[in-house]
Design a protein around this ligand. Sequence first.
Ligand code: AMP
Length: 285
Amino acid sequence: MNSKTPQIISTINDLRALTHQWRITGQSSCLVPTMGALHDGHLSLVDLALREADHVVVTIFVNPTQFGPGEDFEAYPRQHETDIAKLASKNADAIFIPEPSEIYAEDFSTEIQVKDLTQMLCGISRPTHFSGVATIVAKLLNMAACDKAVFGEKDFQQLMLIKRIVRDLNINTQIIGAPIIREKDGLAMSSRNQYLSSSERQIAGQLNVQMKKTIAAIKSGDNMQTCLQKAQENLFAAGVDKIDYFEIRTEKGLELAHTNCQTSAARLFAAIHIGKTRLIDNMPV
Ligand code: AMP
């Protein structure tokens, strides 16, 4: 496979200069923001971005402000060399890897709070997470000023939130959602999967099994609440330690679905803990 050496950028000025140069010569660009520790899910976003634009910029930044106290900011895997090699094989044009000081001035004091879409799902167990995400994504979109940006449906609530921010703040970048890439047993790929021991990894496979089973049962007409309850019991029985949520919400607005008969498209959303690892997933119903 042909691979091109991506340009490694660490300053905002260099990032701006690069995308500006493309823009004034009539070439489009697409941004793929990540926190690194790249897997095939991330790489699928790069493939999609390359279909959407002439050039792709991937950002790798473990954003401190989206981690709450006691979360895994310090432990989060950082593996730049491997990430760069993977992105080279995918023909990414540039990789933006800034130091935290490049992103946050010492007296940084502006934060984006999205009132809607943040009071449910991950917003409950991670109350400061989405303002950290909203702020860093708005900053990255602003810095890069790419025509488009790709985000995964793996973080569906985040994707909805980003679309809302872009609309509300008139950010001139088109947001594109990308499907979830899964392991062979159905577990959604995640940088956090590498925290799992082999026995925990076995348990994690049950999440996909129970989600698919729940959706099939609901589709066949079984009572939705009973199905959701049963799946959670099965997850606990399989060794899951804690369930933050396992519920069905509308795609638009993320409103809780109470009955089987919903008019708008809905998704099953799940967040579970296995040992010290928190995993999230979602699937259309
Ligand atoms: P992260 O590095 O976890 O912040 O993720 C960076 C981007 O990759 C986000 O837009 C995620 O939604 C997306 N992503 C993460 N895992 C997957 C996956 N398994 N399939 C597709 N996209 C993913």
